[in-house]
Design a protein around this ligand. Structure first.
Ligand SMILES: C[S@@+](CC[C@H](N)C(=O)[O-])C[C@H]1O[C@@H](n2cnc3c(N)ncnc32)[C@H](O)[C@@H]1O
Length: 439
């Protein structure tokens, strides 16, 4: 069978090669070896497949390629569940893989980075499984229609869509990840050419939309080129961009457990509609299961805490909580936390985690949920010096998660449980959570 694939290559004229894929890498590419022995990361290819691939980039130690035709397909390959990805968009890069097998691939990637980067071996718990996020009374979860917030690109003529993988081509076929109604009439909202359209769905079913003005001119030329500039934009780095409300209200209502937040449309909220409740339950289970009570209410740090949803999960059960110090850089998130957690024993601190924690009362338990880059060795050393007996570490980048866990172990912490979540179905992304205890 030869199955041609829709891909945009940064190097459309580069030659194609035939490759046999033997592994799967963090980042979502199949792993093969070229004729010269160099490792080739092949986007759009699965272990066991023989593919024809176009080389996109050659480095000294490895190359990157995109599968353009499948010569021998994996039995796990399916028709893409995301029409935008099928048309070449970079959104649901694993939507051509059966959902069960995608979770196997995630678990393999997590085990690989925990072993190779984290240095974990036989004395660690069994490698984590990657499970679906439960939804609805029967626990069933579709692997599409899960995303409650998204950003769309707006072209020079006002057309709205997602960018193709590897190029700036706009794809207007809708992505399958957003929850029903999130993309409704997106083009009619009137986002201006060159802006981005931010769409968010509240847990009350109300859709909100805001236009994010183009990134300041000059930033595109900043270090790292277009890819790094797009990353900075996605991760909110750089000068603040002005927003204009196009639909709904400025704040999105989100209810989790016993608390209701009003989160700014462009503010951080977990992408999967069931993620906040799922991670909150994991945090509550981990902290509730600690066997030596401290003899008083727990003192908790909720670091990189956003609106405080993970710390607040500890207030929902029968745990005695003395106080939660919530640390976050985004003033909008902290204002939302103040409103939602008014009357709860939560104190919000605005600032960089590294700078703020030195002034806080020593914690019993620390929740750490950093951005993709991870918390890093310096922050982990500072938290460890404050002497918590347990840490719940949350990570959305597997390699950074493994690196951070390695740093906890260097400070005498032991991983006593960990788990992975298929929190971005149809994509190579996943979330992982670990419980670490001090000796
Ligand atoms: C992955 S989100 C987690 C938010 C929250 N725990 C939740 O589940 O909704 C990471 C958060 O860290 C914040 N952040 C990024 N860098 C930070 C820093 N250096 N210090 C404190 N917060 C930071 C971001 O604004 C974002 O809200």
């Amino acid at each position: 069978m030869t199955d041609s694939l829709q891909t945009d290559s940064p190097n459309p004229d580069s030659p194609t090669v035939e490759l046999v894929v033997t592994g799967f890498a963090n980042g979502g590419a199949g792993v093969a070896r070229g004729d010269d022995g160099r490792v080739v990361f092949v986007a759009g290819a699965l272990p066991g497949e023989r593919v024809r691939a176009r080389i996109d980039e050659r480095k000294a130690a490895f190359a990157r390629a995109s599968a353009v035709a499948v010569l021998e397909p994996s039995p796990h390959r399916i028709d893409p569940t995301c029409p935008a990805a099928a048309a070449g968009a970079g959104c649901c890069d694993l939507s051509y893989v059966s959902a069960d097998y995608a979770r196997e691939l995630h678990a393999g990637v997590l085990a690989d980075v925990l072993t190779r980067i984290g240095g974990f071996g036989a004395d660690a718990p069994p490698m984590p499984e990657v499970t679906r996020l439960a939804h609805g009374a029967d626990g069933s979860v579709p692997d599409t229609g899960w995303r409650v917030r998204t950003r769309l690109a707006v072209d020079a003529d006002g057309t709205v869509g997602v960018r193709a993988r590897g190029s700036s081509r706009l794809i207007t076929v809708p992505c399958a990840a957003p929850v029903e109604g999130l993309l409704a009439d997106a083009e009619a909202l009137g986002a201006r050419p060159g802006s981005e359209l931010v769409l968010a769905m509240g847990s009350d079913g109300r859709r909100h939309a805001a236009e994010l003005a183009p990134a300041a001119a000059g930033r595109r030329g900043a270090r790292g080129g277009r890819r790094a500039s797009a990353q900075r934009a996605r991760h909110g780095a750089g000068a603040p961009r002005s927003t204009r409300l196009l639909d709904g209200a400025a704040d999105v209502t989100q209810t989790v457990g016993g608390h209701t937040w009003r989160v700014p449309v462009t503010g951080f909220w977990q992408a999967h509609r069931d993620a906040p409740a799922t991670y909150g339950a994991a945090v509550r289970r981990y902290v509730g299961g600690l066997d030596a009570p401290v003899g008083r209410g727990l003192r908790v740090w909720d670091l990189y805490g956003g609106v405080g949803v993970l710390g607040a999960a500890l207030l929902d059960g029968d745990l005695a909580v003395d106080g939660i110090d919530l640390v976050e850089t985004d003033p909008g998130a902290l204002a939302a936390a103040d409103r939602a957690l008014d009357g709860a024993p939560v104190t919000a601190h605005r600032g960089d985690t590294a700078a703020v924690i030195g002034g806080l009362r020593a914690p019993d338990v620390v929740i750490v949920d950093p951005p993709r880059r991870g918390a890093g060795a310096a922050v982990i050393a500072a938290i460890a010096a404050a002497g918590p007996r347990a840490v719940v570490h949350v990570g959305c980048d597997s390699a950074a998660f493994a690196r951070d866990l390695r740093d906890w172990v260097a400070h005498g912490f032991r991983v006593t449980d960990w788990q992975g979540f298929d929190a971005f179905p149809g994509t190579h992304h996943m979330e992982a959570i670990a419980l670490l205890e001090s000796p």
